[in-house]
Design a binder for this molecule. Sequence first.
Ligand code: GTP
Ligand code: MG
Length: 551
Amino acid sequence: NSIERLNFTSWRQTSSSNVAVKKETTRRKDEAEPVDERKSFYMLQEERQEQAERSVLISCSHKITEKRFLNYLSRHGDINTFFFYESFGVYAVVEFSKKESVASLQDGASIPSIEHEATVPFKSRLLSLKLNNPVDQSGSQPSVQCLPQSPVPISELIQKLSKADSIDQQLYTLTDTYELTEESIRLRFLVCSLLKDIAAAYFPECTVRPFGSTVNQFGKLGCDLDMFLDLDAISGRNLKKTAGAFSLEYQMKRVSSERAATQSILSVIGKCIEQFGPGCVGVQKILNARCPLVRFAHQPSGFQCDLTANNRIALKSSELLYLYGSLDRRVRALVFSVRCWARVHGITSSIPGAWLTNFSLTVMVLFFLQKRNSPVIPTLDRLKELAGPMDKVTIEGNDCTFVSNLSKINVPENTETLEHLLQEFFEFYANFAFGRLSINIRKGKEQNKPDASPLHIQNPFEPSLNVSKNVNQTQLERFVELAKESSWILAQGESRSPSRTGDQAWGLAALLLPSVSQPGKSRKRRKREPASERIKSLLESLKTNKLHGKT
Ligand code: GTP
Ligand code: MG
């Protein structure tokens, strides 16, 4: 019937019209996507942002059937794509072909009248589907398929990796298992777009842009959602004075600094999110941080959100990471695996503190890849040389220019295997002169450390800043110790050979076993028992924990 044709064919059209997605499935795992097929970072962001503007988020009952739901919604216009997921109930993301359909849908929605309670009549694109005749629907079998929004447990990942044929394959499997899905990215852009609607009450021309791991290609399912309120595009900023006798200027409140302006804007928007934002809970205003932010949980999506303002440099950093991740398939695989390894062993944490952040760790991987005899990726200075006139950009006095057209960058000639790169990564940092040297991806060379901080990683766009300033000596030593251990485990023959039965953790899986990080277990002591025995017993204990629900 017509609804099936309308919705289900349009879903297929969307996926097959996306060349990048289609090619991915036919390409071998170890092959990089041809660079010129990739869209530039900004094109991709704009495209997703525009899709989000045409989308709505609807809380549904478990009882609905997909067909009837879509049938009901398509009265407002053609639906491009849709999907369901679960987060304290079933939700649907529905993208219409035209923005007018969203307006039409909102026109037909009612404001709830709740006894003994009142509502703030703020109309958003977060809606609830109500069953007018629940009895009527009860006969139909629920046919909604919910897509996962969180990563598989580590024990499951270890088992999956143990079944792989090679360490290279293990790194690719880890990446495939953990990376953000197309749907999760869509949902993230939609949440930004919903928040934009709130901020637009004050600043109608504003945009809320995601940055960090949502857009840099290194995001893991379930990672936080970093956003910034972009007011730079508000018209009239750099308007040239007209030739006539007069010109008009807005009268505006003056504040002492950019920072003070950012703080007062975030304070007000934070209050709005707290008081009017449907689904936004636990709002914290952290305005005295180096980068002031509003932190909250967006319940319908399940995302932990950080909203900042005036944060263009962070978006540029995300673009740089995106670019590096697009150049060679090995980059993402290595970053995902190292991030996972670090998280498992408590080298990184979701709680802010003196440990390494994912961002610092990623820069360390990139630096290592630049330092190979035949570099895997170019330096930031090289990317700057390749920049075209449109790429020139200065943010807060910092030159943030680098090439955006991926096809201008020569595909690197390095052919090292991931197994080798992983081993060398651990070896490289196990022996790095952290006491004397600073990590610098702009030059692709170590520099003398400008200060006494234990770990110095030069901020690529603000050279006077150290992105790992928070890391203390103890945490750095833990990282180095673990790098040594992991390098040693990889060097053992036992960890190299895939197990025939797939129930023994080997290779990368062996590095993810929890007790590698147990304090007090030194390398020497480990040598007393063969690696295969140790790994076997660790896997056994893991299985036991799983049985007892402790993993
Ligand atoms: P997750 O841990 O998966 O959230 O990774 P992430 O890359 O999103 O990191 P995070 O949420 O901590 O930070 C978001 C973005 O802010 C990063 O991608 C960087 O662009 C930027 N950022 C984070 N930490 C620093 C820092 O110490 N210095 C600078 N200059 N930028 C940072
Ligand atoms: Mg983040």
